[in-house]
Ligand binder design. Structure first.
Ligand code: SAM
Length: 248
């Protein structure tokens, strides 16, 4: 597997680490520079390596800024536990999407309503939101369709907790903590996902393998390469936001 397929955050850390190794080697060779030159060299090397790893422009910018930020904070009287607390907080909210390369953002209320209209009419309908975020769609749909069962799967612990609390009043809503890659889709009549372009080919393969004939796969905004959706319903949100529907 090429390292270019790794999650960008790992590539970014690897680039900084490799750049640092070069710096240590230069120092061992006896080179002596003012501190700001070392910081500049670290930034230049990290940017060079990040470009080679095909990281996007936002990552390149962060890679260039990071050594200067670290240098600026180096002597600041900030207790070490604050960095640890920040790291843990970020992992609790965003950690679930790190390896799937899916950030946290939300479908609009308009999308929830249009999603409700796309659900099969049958009583006892079973629906799953893969990566349910703070649980907005699951809570809303469970309220609108008391005849159905609505499941959300979320990998980030804090995000899961918010969704779980939000869905507590709805007896037909269930929020599970874990990865949707480990969720069997066979038991659902409608599967909904609002993720990113990265997991779509693998998710489509999973849906084709597991979903039963007659069930419905709905992706918010992100298509499947080479698979034309049967319907596309524009929704409010970012430019081009729409619900893409495939009937299996
Ligand atoms: C873009 S948000 C979508 C939120 C919600 N479904 C909506 O439509 O408003 C995507 C969510 O998927 C979660 N996620 C990413 N990868 C996941 C995985 N493998 N298993 C479970 N959740 C995941 C992220 O933590 C994030 O909360």
């Amino acid at each position: 597997m090429s390292i270019r397929t790794w999650p960008p955050v790992l590539l970014a850390l690897l680039a900084q680490a490799l750049a640092f190794v070069v710096l240590v080697a230069l120092a061992r060779l006896g080179l002596r520079f003012p501190a700001w030159v070392w910081v500049l060299v670290q930034a230049v090397l990290a940017v060079f390596l990040s470009r080679w790893m095909a990281l996007g422009p936002r990552w390149i910018l962060m890679q260039a800024a990071l050594p200067f930020l670290v240098r600026a904070l180096w002597g600041a009287p900030i207790p070490a536990w604050i960095y640890l607390a920040l790291f843990i907080a970020l992992a609790l909210v965003f950690g679930g999407g790190l390896f799937t390369r899916v950030p946290l953002y939300h479908a609009s209320r308009d999308a929830w309503e249009k999603l409700a209209a796309l659900l099969p009419d049958q009583a006892g309908l079973r629906f799953v939101d893969l990566g349910c975020g703070f649980g907005g769609p699951v809570a809303q749909l469970a309220k609108a369709r008391p005849d159905g069962v609505f499941v959300g799967v979320e990998a980030s612990p804090f995000t899961w907790l918010v969704a779980w609390l939000r869905c507590l009043p709805q007896p037909n809503a269930h929020i599970r903590l874990g990865s949707f890659w480990r969720t069997d889709l066979a038991g659902f009549d409608a599967v909904y996902a609002f993720l990113s372009p990265v997991p779509m080919p693998a998710l489509w393969a999973k849906a084709r393998r597991e979903m039963k004939p007659g069930s419905r796969f709905i992706s918010h905004s992100f298509g499947v390469p080479g698979e034309i959706p049967h319907r596309a319903v524009p929704v409010k949100g970012r430019e081009g936001a729409r619900l893409l529907v495939w009937d299996l």
